[in-house]
Design a protein around this ligand. Structure first.
Ligand SMILES: NC(=O)c1ccc[n+]([C@@H]2O[C@H](COP(=O)([O-])OP(=O)(O)OC[C@H]3O[C@@H](n4cnc5c(N)ncnc54)[C@H](OP(=O)(O)O)[C@@H]3O)[C@@H](O)[C@H]2O)c1
Length: 323
């Protein structure tokens, strides 16, 4: 079968031949129709992921959708979403994948395979982050820091879906922010050199968009984190989800104490598989009725190198491979 194969850590995969996986107890053989690329795929294949370097000649891809070929309890031909330890085991960037039975979720009718693949990790992470980790309640206000990425867009859409009263999207690229305008109550353009600016710029921009918020969900961290922390209402919650703008950040202890703020972090990588399955069912239902509708950029598997490079350059869309 055709697969995307990484021959050297830190380099893009290239298309190649791989033996077909065989049915084994506890696993379902799935013919992949769409597999989305996530930042974690590049992280794993770089060899710097905390789980350690994957073997050379690995097939990446931690999620995808397709049809059941054999194995498990679902009839052959069932459309499913799968999650696998791609990179450490052969992943979804291939014509066939062997997935744990418990990680195969039937898809609702009316949901396109590409979108079903794209909303997996980002949708599950966003839903659990907002509702369960940040405790977002209907009517509350949310600031999404890093709103233009695949994950950020899912956070914006799902904040709306969960009944947020005010959603503000913050990002560094004006055209991408503009594309989010109809899902938000305002967009906040981030200055590229946040730390060098007058510290009040962030607060004054947010003031024009309704002022301090109840919840910040943050995929950026870095120089933006102290500014966004200061933009919380008294008793507000700040949830870190990523660090694309940098890992260290100075945090004002007095602000935390006197504002009664809650600062926490969350990674969906730590979720038990059954929670992912339950959340994906919900996310797929939301996507099927159009309330989570991420822009896609689709590539044939033969162009995996270009797709990989696009993901590494912050694509502003979910990249989907079509084997
Ligand atoms: N905690 C979790 O459970 C979880 C789940 C999913 C993803 N993540 C993490 O969240 C992060 C974002 O994921 P993604 O899927 O959205 O990635 P993505 O689609 O590649 O988007 C990257 C985002 O980061 C922004 N960005 C990158 N460098 C920046 C900088 N120096 N300053 C300001 N903005 C910057 C991009 O802005 P532009 O659009 O302007 O380029 C874009 O909004 C990744 O680190 C990912 O690993 C965490």
């Amino acid at each position: 079968m055709q697969a995307a194969i990484v021959k050297q850590l830190g380099q893009a995969p290239s298309p190649g031949e791989r033996p077909e996986p065989q049915p084994t107890p506890g696993r379902t053989l799935v013919r992949v129709t769409a597999a989305s690329i996530n930042p974690v795929d590049l992280h794993i294949s770089s060899g710097t992921h905390p789980a350690g370097p994957p073997p050379l000649g690995h097939v990446p891809g931690v999620e995808g959708v397709g049809t059941v070929v054999a194995g498990g309890s679902l009839p052959a031909g069932t459309r499913v979403r799968v999650a696998v330890l791609g990179g450490y085991q052969d992943g979804t960037f291939a014509e066939l994948v062997s997935a744990p039975d418990a990680a195969c979720v039937p898809l609702p009718d009316g949901l396109d395979d590409g979108l079903a693949a794209a909303v997996g990790i980002v949708g599950v992470s966003a839903l659990i982050a907002l509702r369960d980790e940040a405790g977002l309640r209907p009517g509350e206000s949310v600031l999404v820091l890093g709103a233009t990425g695949g994950f950020g867009q899912a956070l914006v859409h799902l904040a709306r879906e969960l009944g947020a009263g005010r959603v503000v999207a913050a990002g560094r690229t004006p055209a991408r922010l503009a594309a989010l305008a109809d899902r938000t109550d305002g967009t906040l353009l981030l200055e590229p050199d946040a730390a060098a600016e007058e510290p009040s710029w962030f607060a004054s921009r947010l003031e024009r968009l309704g002022g301090p918020v109840d919840v910040v969900v943050d995929t950026l961290w870095g120089a933006y984190a102290p500014l966004a922390l200061a933009a919380l209402r008294s008793g507000g919650r700040y949830l870190n989800l990523g660090q694309t703008a940098g890992s260290p950040a100075p945090v004002d202890a007095a602000l935390l104490r006197h504002g009664g703020l809650r600062l926490s972090g969350f990674s969906a990588a730590a979720l038990p598989p059954e929670r992912v399955v339950d959340a994906y069912r919900e996310v797929a239902g939301i996507a099927a009725r159009g309330a989570l509708d991420l822009p896609l950029a689709e590539y044939p598997l033969a162009e995996v190198g270009a797709a990989w490079a696009a993901q590494g350059a912050s694509p502003g869309a979910k990249i989907v491979l079509r084997p």
